[in-house]
Design a protein around this ligand. Structure first.
Ligand code: SF4
Length: 381
């Protein structure tokens, strides 16, 4: 059971809770534009260099019916339906534009529906090849990034300078270093922060100005470095799988007797893992980072790079068990499941797969996760 220090993470919790208000205030304060983005393969550095705030579009995990006339409940994952619902409900009425970094079909469909039904003055479809392991992937990605950069320049009427790109790269790299430092604290036994707090921190970074996130995160790290650890020892658990931004789900898992010590999620380590190595061709440097970052299953072939990365994290963070979280109808992660499960079995890591919908059926999940944790407790203590 986790009783980590809630005050330390309050700024991030508030931004996540009031994310729309945060973006509106940022806009009023700076007079700048705000772009909503789908998928973490969007090179936010280029948006930031144009003095635009990139904000990840996420759903609110609540049941809704507003998307029923546009997309089937029996085909689209709840995350993508809820992203569209948020737009149709007008909760993103402050956005000036949207951009998609193409990944699974569901995000592409939600983007197309968004463009059709929620018209904005700017939209951009950024092609991110599935074959990111191909020798021509960097050339392809650099071309896509050049086109994206010039469409932003045309829209804003201002050029994106090399100096601005350098500043953005530096800010984003700093954020990745700070996030890595925060995750390092999860290696302790017991970890120095809860998994729900880690997710809150990553999610906030996808919703707010990165320099501001860096400043708050430095404060958080300073406060955590006092050596006091209020997290109680518990089974060390990894969460991985589809998009999941439901912090309450992580809190619940931790309340059932585990400490979530690491993740492989796009609202988690996959978002910030891997820095940009400076190169005189800035767009090529950015492209290289997105090619080499821990992959999403939609970009993980012909070689499987995701599995060894996950197994490496399991060893590094001394994971005892894993919960694989799948959004209902999330085919990319379902396809990956057999390989992931056999990899976990080889390391003797027991795991459970939970499928989530909106709303999440917490009672069912609780029974399965608690029995997994109880089984390990018997073996461990
Ligand atoms: S959860 Fe799965 S299906 Fe849904 S948007 Fe993400 S990758 Fe696509």
């Amino acid at each position: 059971m986790n009783i980590s220090r809630p005050k330390i993470f309050r700024p991030f919790r508030e931004i996540v809770t009031d994310r729309h208000e945060y973006a509106k205030k940022w806009k009023a304060k700076t007079g700048g534009k705000v772009i909503g983005y789908f998928c973490t393969y969007v090179p936010e550095e280029i948006i930031c260099a144009a003095n635009i705030l990139p904000v990840r579009i996420i759903g609110n995990n609540e049941p809704q019916t507003i998307t029923d006339r546009l997309c089937s409940r029996n085909k689209w994952c709840p995350f993508s339906r809820n992203c569209l619902a948020e737009g149709l409900l007008g909760n993103y009425d402050y956005l000036d534009g949207v951009v998609l970094g193409a990944s699974c079909f569901h995000t592409q469909e939600v983007f197309a529906a968004w463009v059709k039904h929620i018209p904005l003055s700017f939209w951009h479809y950024l092609f991110i090849p599935g074959s990111l392991q191909s020798t021509s992937a960097d050339t392809c990605l650099v071309g896509e990034f050049e086109e994206f950069k010039s469409s932003l320049e045309t829209w804003t009427g201002a050029s994106i300078t090399t100096e601005a790109l350098d500043r953005a790269i530096e800010t984003y790299n700093k954020n990745r270093q700070l996030m890595k430092a925060l995750y390092e604290l999860r290696k302790y036994e017991p970890p120095m922060l809860a998994g729900s707090e880690a997710m809150q921190t990553v999610l906030a970074s996808q919703l707010m100005d990165k320099s501001e996130h860096n400043n708050i995160l430095k404060e958080v790290l300073a406060q955590l470095s006092d050596g006091k650890n209020n997290v109680e020892p518990a089974i060390r658990l990894m969460v991985l799988g589809s998009e999941n931004n439901d912090i309450d789900l992580l809190r619940a898992i931790e309340s059932w007797g585990a400490n979530i010590v690491i993740d492989d999620h796009c609202v988690g380590s996959r978002y910030f893992w891997g820095e940009i190595t400076p190169h005189e061709d800035r767009l090529r440097a950015i492209a290289k980072r997105y090619i080499e970052r821990p992959p999403c299953p939609t970009k993980d072939f012909p070689l499987r790079r995701r599995l060894p990365h996950i197994l490496g994290l399991i060893k590094e963070f001394k994971v005892q068990t894993a919960v694989i979280i799948l959004q209902k109808f999330c085919e990319p992660h379902q396809y990956d499941l057999p390989a992931i499960e056999s990899g976990l079995q080889e390391l003797h890591i027991p795991s459970v797969v939970i499928e989530i919908d909106a709303p999440i059926s917490m009672a069912q999940i609780r029974t399965r996760v608690e029995s997994l944790i109880d089984m390990l407790r018997v073996d461990t203590y």
